[in-house]
Design a protein around this ligand. Sequence first.
Ligand code: IMP
Ligand code: MG
Length: 188
Amino acid sequence: MKISTNINKDVEFVLIDNKALNKRIKELGKEITKDYKGKNPVLLCLLKGSLHFMTKLAENITLPIEYECLKASSYANTVSTGKVSVLVNMLNSIKDKDVIIVEDIVDTGHTMKNILEILEKEGARSIEIATMLNKQARREVEGINPKYVGFEIPDYFVIGFGLDYNEFYRNLPYIGVLKEEVYKNNEQ
Ligand code: IMP
Ligand code: MG
């Protein structure tokens, strides 16, 4: 894979800058704090893409919350395979808990559908979805409607703030659109 020594050089343009991300995530944190007043929700981080969103979101919630992590895999290059398997499981039970799934991006919705099916068997009291980004136009699965959405975005392949292309670019502090030449070179 051909990757620049300065990863910023592989970005076509910045879609959402760091300031806008932080501002919006702060709003979501306030909304969750209000909606879950008197409760102790579990923030369930879907690794690894949601790491940045998860920590920023949690910092902006003033309730007593718990963290859980789950690693599901579904992606090869830029096209979703629609298949999900759990690679790393949660440490504690979510039975009778109010769970907020924290996701980086909901695209076709296949991953989220699979994860919801897995979690519904665990007996949570409630399950909601908080996603940093939503590509509604690409949805293939009905009924996947995140309650908390950071930004609605068009059909670009985006990287940064946790999101990767072949495991790189997660550490960009903004959401950017990857230069076509980077994935063209790689997928030919
Ligand atoms: P879905 O199953 O098509 O909804 O895909 C969801 C998963 O695919 C997300 O959790 C991401 O890991 C990944 N994904 C979808 N779109 C993008 C993108 O534009 N950039 C990076 N990863 C993406
Ligand atoms: Mg993901």
